[in-house]
Every structure is written in structure tokens, then in C-alpha cells.
Design a binder for this molecule. Structure first.
Ligand code: UD1
Length: 383
């Protein structure tokens, strides 16, 4: 742990008293930050609760981490474990090694983990083995594809958690089928949407469209970082050939994840990508700029989980470059479509959604900005 991590730990430990319910929230990677933000906010304003926040340091770049804390008003973490990038085994093990002494020091009644990243599983496993109760937010989602590291993280985290907070009905069905005891799983809605609804007005002020020279509804947004799309040269080249054809029609903005950027360069595809006229490759964007960009887009092409949900609320057509989704409600709601990886199919789907009108969609149950409140109420009733 860095000197910075150590000094933050001792300050926070001094603040932890004996009374009240001690809740330790854990976050580590970009998609965790918008989920943990409303939970910390509600916990902090709830009497009788002492909330601490641990950042594992899985994501550490300014644009992948600190910017989100600033924009979402998340308090500075009490501890940063500084684990950084590594293989899955090493990253998971490092979080466990560094999180265990934090659990001893803070003696939480609950450890709250969110999402499905390596930090989620590592923190849950550490706490469960110490006999600390674990609450998993965004439980029950299943892609039924164990080639995805996130699917393994989800299954294992759910199996060792004491409370499971679920964002959509499919999650309740999956948990029931897996034999989860009645009363352990709660359909509470979507904390990521809590954040979206809270930040939406502020995002409207973003000048990102003007900065990039874009007109509302006249461009596409792309985000891709999963192994299936960017870890093999042929797969990444296929993505680029689809983007070449879409960019012939409308400008395309691609805020590129560091993993994708790294592979683009390693595979010798950078010149081809940067040479596509009207394809704008940018650094990963902050929350507000990205929300504005998505909300005004003609369509979004992605392999992210969270963006499938955000476009559902924004009523923006989403084309998911995967063969499955753990978030089927985004499909049944009509905003999301699985298009696989074939360039031809991706381009065809893009033209179809461009030419269709968009009937208004009703938000899924509990995607109403109050999921974190429901979660905290259930958590505290279990003390
Ligand atoms: C992780 C999550 C994934 C989530 C994604 C969102 C797991 C298994 N995966 O994938 O579910 O959708 O975050 O971003 O936990 N890197 C940087 N700077 C950073 C972070 C990463 O340069 O701040 C680079 C490093 O080269 C690193 C690579 O990105 O090796 C991958 O980072 P990692 O956190 O291991 O996985 P993600 O692909 O980001």
C-alpha cells in the first residue's frame, strides 16, 4: 500500500466509533462509481450509520476514476488499496490481501459491494471469510456465458452474499432457480439509474457536442472494451470495418477505453482507425460529457453492461456487439438489440434503427431514482 493509502487509513479509522451500524462500501472500477455514489449519499444522511468507502484502485487513471468522484460528488475514499492492473488472479488476490486488514480495522457490520468486476468478488470473498455480512448490489444478473470474467464474478459473489439487491425481474428468477432462500433477494431497482436521473440536468449543460462539432441525433457513439471485440486482431479489424461504413453515413465518436487503445496500437490497427474520416477517437470521457453525448445520439454501439441500461432510460437505440446480455429487460423494453460481431449485421442494424421512429418507453420497475433508499432501508432493518 502507498504512503498515501496508509495515512488515509489511519485518519478514517480514528473516525470509526463504537455506536451505530458500520457499513463499508467498496468500489474499484469505472462502472462501480456511479453505483456506489447514491448508496454512499443515502448512507451518509442516515442517522445511526457510519459509512466508510474503500477504493481498490483497480482503475486509477484520472479519466477512469478521479473525474467520476469529482463529478458525482463521491467523498474521497477513506482507503485506496492501489492494486492497479494485473492478471485476474493477481488483481483479485491483491485486493483480498489488502482488504483483509481494512476489515479488521473498521470492523464493519456490513460490506457492500456493487456490480461484477474483480474488485467486487475479491472484497466479498474477503469479508465472507471473516464472517462479515456482505450485501451485493446488482445481484442475480446472468449472461450464462462463463467466458466472461464478469459472469464468474457475479455467480460467486451472489453465492457468498447475505443480502442480494436486484435491479430487474430476470435477476430474481435466476436467483430463485439457483436455490437462493426466500427473503434474501430483493427487487429494489437500479442504483445506476439513481445517478443518471440525479445528474441528467447537469449533463445538459455539457458543451461536448459543440466541442466535437456534432449535431443532436446526427451522430453515433461507440464504446468497446470486451475481449470478444478488442482482444484479437481479426475481431478488432471487423469492428473497424463496421465503423468505416457507419462513419460514411454519420460522424462516429469512440471514447476509447485504455485496454482498447492499447490493443489497437499493439495490433497495428491505429493508423487505419485514426484514418477513418468522421471517426473521432477520444480519451475516455467523464460522466457528464458521456451522458450528454449518449442522450443526444442517433444510436449507441457498445459492449458495456451499464450503457445498455442507460440508453433504456434515455430512449436511445442501443446496438450491443455481443451474443448475449445479462440485462434482458433492456431488450424486452425495445431500446436494445443484440447484434453480435459480424460487421455486415452491425451496419444493417444501425441503418434499421436510424430509419425507425422511437415510441416512448416506460422505465422498468424501480428505475426511478430511489433504489439506493430502498437498499439502505432493507440493510438497516437487518441490523
Ligand atoms: C473492468 C471490468 C469490466 C468493466 C470494465 C469497465 C473486470 C473483470 N472487468 O475491465 O467488467 O466493464 O472494467 O471499464 O473487473 N487500464 C488503464 N488505466 C486504468 C485501468 C485500466 O490503463 O485506470 C488498462 C490497463 O492496461 C489494464 C487494462 O486497462 O490492464 C484492463 O483493466 P482492468 O481493470 O483489468 O479491466 P477492464 O478491461 O477495465
Amino acid at each position: 500500500m502507498s504512503a498515501k493509502g496508509r495515512s488515509e487509513t489511519s485518519t478514517a479509522a480514528a473516525a470509526v466509533g463504537e455506536s451505530g451500524t458500520r457499513v463499508l462500501c467498496v468500489c474499484g472500477a469505472r462502472p462501480n462509481f456511479m453505483k456506489v455514489a447514491p448508496l454512499v449519499e443515502v448512507l451518509n444522511r442516515t442517522a445511526g450509520v457510519q459509512t466508510s468507502l474503500v477504493h481498490t484502485g483497480q482503475h486509477y487513471d484520472e479519466c477512469m476514476s478521479r473525474l467520476f468522484f469529482q463529478e458525482l460528488g463521491i467523498p474521497r475514499p477513506d482507503v485506496n488499496l492501489d492494486v492497479g492492473s494485473a492478471s485476474h488472479a493477481v488483481q483479485t488476490a491483491e485486493v483480498m490481501k489488502r482488504f483483509e486488514p481494512i476489515c479488521h480495522r473498521f470492523r464493519p457490520h456490513w460490506v457492500v459491494v456493487v456490480g461484477d468486476v474483480n474488485s467486487t468478488l475479491a472484497a466479498a470473498l474477503t469479508a465472507a471469510k471473516l464472517g462479515v455480512r456482505v450485501a451485493h448490489v446488482e445481484a442475480g444478473l446472468r449472461s450464462f456465458d462463463r467466458n466472461m470474467p464478469e459472469e464468474i464474478n457475479r455467480i460467486l459473489t451472489d453465492a457468498i452474499s447475505d443480502l442480494l439487491f436486484v435491479s430487474e425481474p430476470s435477476g430474481m428468477e435466476n436467483l430463485r432457480r439457483e436455490g437462493v432462500a426466500e427473503g434474501k433477494a430483493h427487487l429494489v431497482g437500479n442504483v445506476m439509474i439513481d445517478t443518471l436521473l440525479r445528474m441528467r440536468r447537469q449533463a445538459e449543460q455539457s458543451v461536448i457536442l459543440a466541442d466535437l462539432g456534432l449535431q443532436s441525433r446526427q451522430y453515433a457513439v461507440v464504446t468497446l472494451h470486451r475481449p470478444d471485440n478488442v482482444d484479437r486482431p481479426e475481431a478488432f479489424a471487423g469492428v473497424l470495418s463496421a465503423l468505416e461504413r457507419i462513419a460514411a453515413d454519420v460522424p462516429v465518436v469512440f471514447p476509447m477505453h485504455p485496454r482498447s487503445r492499447h490493443n489497437l496500437e499493439r495490433f497495428g490497427l491505429a493508423a487505419r482507425a485514426y484514418g477513418i474520416s468522421r471517426l473521432k477517437v477520444t480519451e475516455p470521457l467523464g460522466y457528464l460529457d458521456f451522458l450528454k453525448l449518449t442522450a443526444e445520439a442517433a444510436a449507441v454501439l457498445t459492449d458495456s453492461g451499464g450503457i445498455q441500461e442507460e440508453t433504456t432510460i434515455l430512449n436511445v437505440p442501443c446496438l450491443t456487439l455481443r451474443d448475449n446480455t445479462e440485462r434482458p429487460i433492456t431488450i424486452t423494453h425495445g431500446t436494445n438489440r443484440l447484434v453480435g460481431h459480424e460487421p455486415e449485421a452491425v451496419v444493417r442494424a444501425f441503418h434499421e434503427v436510424r430509419s425507425h421512429s422511437r415510441p416512448p418507453v416506460r422505465p422498468p420497475e424501480g428505475w426511478d431514482g430511489r433504489a439506493a433508499e430502498r437498499i439502505v432501508a432493507i440493510l438497516l432493518a437487518r441490523r
